[in-house]
Design a protein around this ligand. Structure first.
Ligand SMILES: Cc1cc2nc3c(=O)[nH]c(=O)nc-3n(C[C@H](O)[C@H](O)[C@H](O)COP(=O)(O)OP(=O)(O)OC[C@H]3O[C@@H](n4cnc5c(N)ncnc54)[C@H](O)[C@@H]3O)c2cc1C
Length: 430
């Protein structure tokens, strides 16, 4: 979580009853709360730590269609419109800008991947286009590396994760949602298999609909109800520079670095070609589901076996409603950033654009990403538990689609016409 993250004051008295309880206050949960509140549907959002304490404040802030799976692009297009309209809707600017996003290629294989992606989304009429090496130079001057070219989408954008989810939460409250922080939902209360309430550490709220937007915790929550959601945790390390003169306002992704301008005038950098994979029991039990992904992303993961394995084993896998749950054991996941990856991020960026030689690091952090076997989320009703809907597993690219994903989840919960066709996000696809 970045130190620039905004915190908000919320209620602390649980209501006895409501229509919908949302479990988890990241960008997806708060966006769903906003949509439901606007429909005058009584809604309570419960967050174990604080709003946006996990992925939703720790991400890079990229809002992109570029390189998304074909079937995930309609959600991103719906989100673009929601981001654009957000200041009017909630009365606050979230730093959203259509700054453009560019991914570079340093060899023919990478260029062919960009070209294949562009072909795969041809029917969607995006403004994405391939770039030559010359065009890269013109758009982002001062580079030192030889690029074969790249792919560029001018309508892609960015927003500020340090304020986005919290401002959406504030607007949801103004429109009638109740939000409670520092309160974990331990379990669903079920009667004849259907949702009749949620049991929190401070008591029960009766409701007949629950929406789980628990990010990396959703797997553990569902597992305790006998439902297996395949998501694995990966850790991404990030740094923010102090205010500096940079090469461009476009967000740029190279093979082993990325940078985008922060609204404070600095840049957010990461080692784009590497994520930490501290092995846990889950990696051993469901890792085989990811073999296809691993084949295409060779060298992408920095696997380690160490204290995280033991730490994870100490977090409960099964618990009863009257027992302390994992969500109270870990209020906010706060993994350490990896100094080696932080160094690689800044070194690789400097090699490509030497203007970053002047960059001074203001802060570093890390966040846990919840990755599914096909890198797409689940936004669906859970048939085995009538009354339960989930929107989770955003696989490292759910900030950009967050407002639309929350909207879609709210549509499903309230039986509204869905904002886009939800079929790519079915739980049953596994
Ligand atoms: C370092 C990093 C960089 C990223 N970069 C980008 C990017 O540039 N663009 C992009 O689109 N995406 C990016 N992502 C991914 C993006 O941040 C996530 O996909 C998105 O924020 C997921 O939102 P969420 O609401 O599903 O989950 P989260 O933000 O993780 O929120 C889930 C919340 O649920 C709470 N919770 C869980 N269980 C319970 C419970 N039982 N009771 C109460 N509360 C509970 C948690 O405390 C948490 O606050 C990045 C992620 C990381 C970590």
């Amino acid at each position: 979580m970045t130190i620039t993250v905004q915190k908000i004051q919320t209620e602390n008295k649980l209501p006895n009853t409501t229509s919908v309880v949302i479990i988890g206050g990241g960008i997806v949960g708060v966006s769903a709360a906003l949509t439901l509140a606007e429909r005058n549907i009584p809604v309570v959002l419960i967050e174990k730590g604080h709003i946006a304490g996990e992925q939703s404040s720790r991400n890079l802030g990229w809002i992109r269609k570029t390189s998304r799976h074909y079937e995930d692009v309609p959600l991103a297009l719906a989100a673009d419109k929601l981001w654009q309209d957000m200041p009017q809707r909630i009365g606050h600017d979230l730093g959203y800008k259509r700054c453009g996003i560019m991914f570079l290629a340093e060899n023919a294989e990478q260029m062919s991947n960009h070209s294949q992606w562009l072909n795969s989304v041809k029917s969607l009429n995006l403004d994405s286009r391939l770039l030559t090496a010359e065009e890269v130079k013109d758009l982002v001057p001062g580079g030192q590396k030889k690029w074969v070219g790249g792919v560029y989408t001018p309508s892609d954008g960015k927003a500020e994760p340090a304020i986005a989810a919290t401002e959406i939460a504030k607007a949801a409250i103004k429109k009638g949602a109740i939000i409670i922080q520092h309160c974990a939902v331990r379990k669903l209360n079920l009667s004849e298999g259907k949702v009749t309430g949620v049991i929190t550490e401070h008591g029960e709220i009766k409701c007949n609909k629950a929406l789980l937007t628990g990010g990396a915790w959703s797997r553990r929550f569902l597992n305790n109800h006998g439902i297996s959601l395949p998501t694995l945790p990966l850790v991404c390390s990030v740094l923010r520079t102090k205010e500096m003169q940079g090469p461009t306002n476009i967000s740029v992704g190279g093979p082993d670095f990325s940078f985008r301008k922060h609204q404070n005038g600095g840049y957010i950098l990461t080692q784009r070609g590497a994520l930490d994979a501290p092995i846990t029991l889950d990696h051993l039990t469901i890792g085989w589901r990811y073999l296809k992904q691993l084949k295409t992303q060779r060298g992408f993961l920095r696997v380690s076996v160490g204290s995280d394995f033991i730490k994870d084993l100490k977090i409960k896998r099964h618990w009863k409603a009257n027992e302390i749950s994992p969500f109270e054991q870990v209020r906010t996941s706060n993994p350490n950033s990896n100094p080696a990856l932080i160094k690689e991020a800044i070194d690789n960026t400097r090699k490509a654009w030497p203007i970053f030689d002047n960059a001074e690091i203001d802060e570093t952090w890390a966040g846990i990403i919840d990755v599914t076997p096909d890198s797409n989320p689940v936004i669906d009703h859970i048939k085995k538990i009538p009354g339960l809907t989930i929107a989770t597993g955003f696989s490292g690219h759910g900030f950009g689609t967050g407002p639309a994903a929350g909207h879609l989840a709210a549509d499903l919960v309230s039986n509204h016409t869905p904002i886009i066709n939800p079929s790519p996000y079915k739980f049953e696809r596994w």
